[in-house]
Write a new protein. Structure first.
Length: 246
């Protein structure tokens, strides 16, 4: 079966999602969740990404990451490989950890507020905890936004300003005031993450205005042409990513 296209562009916000194989429950203990956050910090630093939101639920993770120049593929492939080894070691198992490769969807800046809400409410929507419990759940950045926990991954004050909210109270009202199930971006992401959409239309993996979608597709097309040219010149793949990032 063909895999979904991986749309990549510099400076954009990605929704990043991955799920464990059925019945695994890879995040059922805090050791793995704590390792996840520590390894994520290392990955963000190495590849110069910014994290706007994260959520770890029982068998999946969901994040909003923003790149500068580096490829999301290179960063997340390494991250997931390290995470999978840790999961198998802690759980005393062997074999595949993730049900499929990670999903990445590019989201326009003006939809970041909706994306953060969708990510933060995921544990509630999955029925794993109540909203009151979520307020203090340290493995979701919602608790950082609420001021109930701290994380080196998130600068909640900067992000709140970025999404047009000048206080934690306004953020809290926003999170509590709207049913995430009725949120347009949540429904779109659920379909994409569960592979309900067609595999080969790149427009399905970019959320934003028609102008933004067109611009991202054009940037990605240029990137693919560069990769093809470098491959024809027999340049190693890691070097290709470095060249394109410059």
């Amino acid at each position: 079966m063909s895999t979904k296209p991986r749309i990549v562009a510099p400076g954009v916000i990605y929704q990043v999602y991955a799920k464990g194989v059925q019945e695994l429950q890879m995040f059922k203990n805090d050791e793995i969740k704590t390792f996840f956050l520590k390894q994520l910090a290392k990955t963000l630093n190495k590849y110069d990404f910014t994290c706007h939101a994260f959520s770890i639920t029982l068998n999946q993770y969901h994040m909003a990451l923003q790149s500068k120049q580096q490829s999301i593929s290179l960063a997340m492939q390494q991250f997931n490989s390290i995470l999978a080894k840790k999961v198998n070691k802690v759980l005393g198992r062997e074999g595949t950890v993730f049900s499929s490769r990670f999903t990445s969807v590019i989201v326009e800046d003006n939809r970041l507020k909706e994306l953060i809400r969708s990510i933060h409410l995921e544990a509630v929507q999955l029925g794993e905890m109540s909203q009151d419990e979520l307020d203090h759940y340290k493995f979701c950045s919602h608790s950082v936004f609420m001021g109930n926990s701290t994380s080196d991954l998130i600068n909640s004050d900067v992000i709140l300003k970025k999404i047009g909210m000048d206080s934690k109270e306004k953020y809290y009202q926003y999170i509590r005031g709207i049913d995430s199930n009725d949120n347009d971006i949540t429904l779109k992401l659920k379909d994409i993450n569960r592979a309900k959409q067609g595999f080969h239309d790149p427009h399905l993996y970019v959320i934003g205005t028609p102008e933004f979608v067109k611009k991202v597709i054009e940037l990605d097309s240029c990137r693919r042409l560069q990769i093809a040219r470098h491959i024809s010149e027999n340049v190693q793949m890691e070097t290709i990513h470095e060249k394109i990032a410059k």
